[in-house]
Design a protein around this ligand. Structure first.
Ligand code: FAD
Ligand code: NAI
Length: 475
């Protein structure tokens, strides 16, 4: 007899596992199916984010930043560290251990919340009166029945046409996170989030990194002023970024790879490198899901078509995270997962797409929420801007990291905060205050009047809010 559940979640990434836990908290019987395998073939829930995304990339960013500090910044503090070496195998093993702790944490959370976990590939078999029949192909092949199904099957790296990932020389995010030795020359195609984060890791460890970007503008999604400031910092670090290129033939050789491209001036160029990371975006993943069995609609990109509330075209089937429209971010997937679970029990789950923060974990970090100055101009919104540089912040000076600024954009009439953009130390943490403020429809003056601890980086946020009214106190 098939096992029946109120809710079956297919995919155990941040969208899926969080949806499963929330549905269980709300009293539903829940199954979560995930096929990710660890090196020993065992379950490794957490999806791209935990296994080959957010978590491992941040572990390597941390290790490589320590290395960079030991080599270049300790001396400023009077600390001499000679002959600093990096043991890449140990660094990667530490990263793998961080990943494992997160995998195990999710399995523990499933137990704690009474979510039944199934290790294997889930696919639609059809619909009966009892609900949707979902086949699990794994160690024990079985068929589950669910009254409601949440699809959270995520995304995979997009390859360059005709250039398959071999994860040895041509790397996706997966291979980029387990390079065994520092390459002498590393090429990256795409200066988006992965290109910048992974490029930074291997540059810090000593690789000569060149990033080839198709668009003529750097980080077009970020505020122009912030992107400019970040680019200046990356240039200074020696991270080479070539904009406006057209990538041609990519030839994998016996040793390394050769990339033919045309630069922004239209000149033919060749870049030879030991390894190539291709980070040109990701594609929604529905491989093996068999959506046709229930008539589930996909769009031309392969994403599951959903409405603003994550309802698919089939009543009772929902989809969240990277496999649907919207930004491919773990916290966006999680918010959708929670909202769907709440909608299933008749509550009014809600995701505010206007206050989803973006963070790029480079050094300096880049973070923002809300609209950029160029978007406000395009939308014809009258706004006021206020900026405050970390150079004038006491804590930043004490840290020895004064790159960048905080920038506020507020409505010219009402002073409501419309966007906050940060490039600089701990931008990833500082942005949370701006998200809270925007959720509560705060004005710039609200932030300016709130007491911020001294000395702290958050004082730069307060000062940028003061700058909107042209009354900074420390600049
Ligand atoms: P996924 O995390 O992709 O999870 C989907 C899961 O479903 C996987 O485990 C997969 O094996 C499983 N699955 C798929 N099909 C089936 C099936 N038929 N049956 C069973 N299981 C199935 N986002 C951030 O917010 N912050 C970051 O710092 C960040 N860093 C990133 C760094 C890198 C290198 C990459 C690649 C991504 C990063 N992201 C980051 C993006 C983030 O990883 C994704 O947005 C997030 O993982 C999406 O979650 P999801 O649950 O939709 O899908
Ligand atoms: P991306 O969309 O961030 O950047 C891709 C870049 O490649 C773009 O700048 C694009 O113009 C360029 N590009 C596309 N095709 C090209 C070509 N043929 N030649 C040269 N350049 C080309 O995608 P990326 O970096 O692959 O990351 C995928 C997604 O993963 C991100 O959009 C983000 O949603 C998520 N992510 C989030 C992180 C975070 O939140 N810190 C970290 C890493 C990934």
């Amino acid at each position: 007899m098939s096992k029946s559940f109120d809710v079956i979640v297919i995919g155990g990434g941040p969208g899926g596992y969080i949806a499963a836990i929330r549905a269980a908290q709300l009293g539903k019987t829940v199954a979560c199916i995930d096929e990710w395998k660890n090196a020993a073939g065992g379950p490794a829930p957490g999806g791209t984010c935990t296994n080959v995304g957010c978590i491992p990339s941040k572990a390597l960013l941390q290790s490589s930043e320590h290395f960079e500090h030991a080599n270049h910044h300790f001396a400023d503090h009077g600390i001499s560290a000679k002959d600093v070496k990096i043991d890449v195998a140990k660094m990667v093993a530490r990263k793998d251990n961080v990943v494992k702790q997160n995998n195990d944490g999710i399995l523990y959370l499933f137990k704690k919340n009474k979510v039944s976990f199934f290790h294997g590939r889930g696919s639609f078999e059809g619909k009966t009166e009892a609900g949707f029949a979902i086949k699990v192909a794994g160690k024990d092949n079985e068929v589950l029945t669910g009254a409601q199904v949440i699809v959270a099957t995520g995304s995979t790296a997009r390859a360059l046409p005709g250039v398959a990932f071999d994860e040895e020389t041509v790397l996706s995010n997966d291979g980029a996170l387990r390079i065994g030795a520092v390459p002498k020359k590393l090429a990256v195609i795409g200066s988006g989030v992965i290109g910048l984060e992974m490029g930074s890791v291997w540059r810090r460890l000593g690789a000569d990194v060149t990033i080839l970007e198709g668009l003529p503008t750097f980080l077009g999604a970020a505020d122009e002023q912030i992107a400019k400031e970040a680019k200046k910092a990356f240039d200074k670090q020696g991270l080479k970024i070539e904009l406006g290129v057209k990538v041609g033939d990519v030839k994998v050789q016996k040793k390394g790879v050769s990339i033919a491209y045309t630069n922004a001036k239209g000149e033919a160029q060749t870049l030879d490198a030991d390894k190539l990371i291709v980070s040109i975006g990701r594609v929604p993943n529905t491989v093996g899901l068999n959506p046709e069995a229930v008539g589930l609609l996909l769009d031309e990109r392969g994403a599951i078509v959903v409405d603003g509330d994550c309802r698919s075209n089939v009543p009772g089937i929902w989809a969240v995270g990277d496999v649907v429209r919207g930004p491919m971010l773990a916290h966006k997937a999680e918010e959708e997962g929670v909202a769907v679970a709440e909608r299933i029990v008749g509550q009014h789950g809600h995701v505010n797409f206007n206050t989803i923060p973006w963070v790029i974990y480079t050094s300096p970090e880049i973070a923002w929420v809300g609209r950029t100055e160029q978007q406000l101009k395009a939308d014809g919104v009258a706004y006021k801007a206020g900026t405050f540089p970390f150079l004038a912040n006491g804590r930043a000076r004490a840290l020895g990291d004064t790159t960048g600024m905080v920038k506020f954009l507020a409505d010219a009439k009402t002073d409501e905060i419309l966007g906050v953009h940060i490039v600089g130390p701990m931008a990833s943490e500082l942005i949370a205050e701006a998200v809270v403020a925007m959720e509560f429809k705060a004005s710039a003056e609200d932030i300016a009047r709130i007491c911020h601890a001294h000395p702290s980086l958050s004082e730069a946020t307060k000062e940028a809010a003061l700058a909107v009214d042209k009354r900074t106190l420390n600049f």
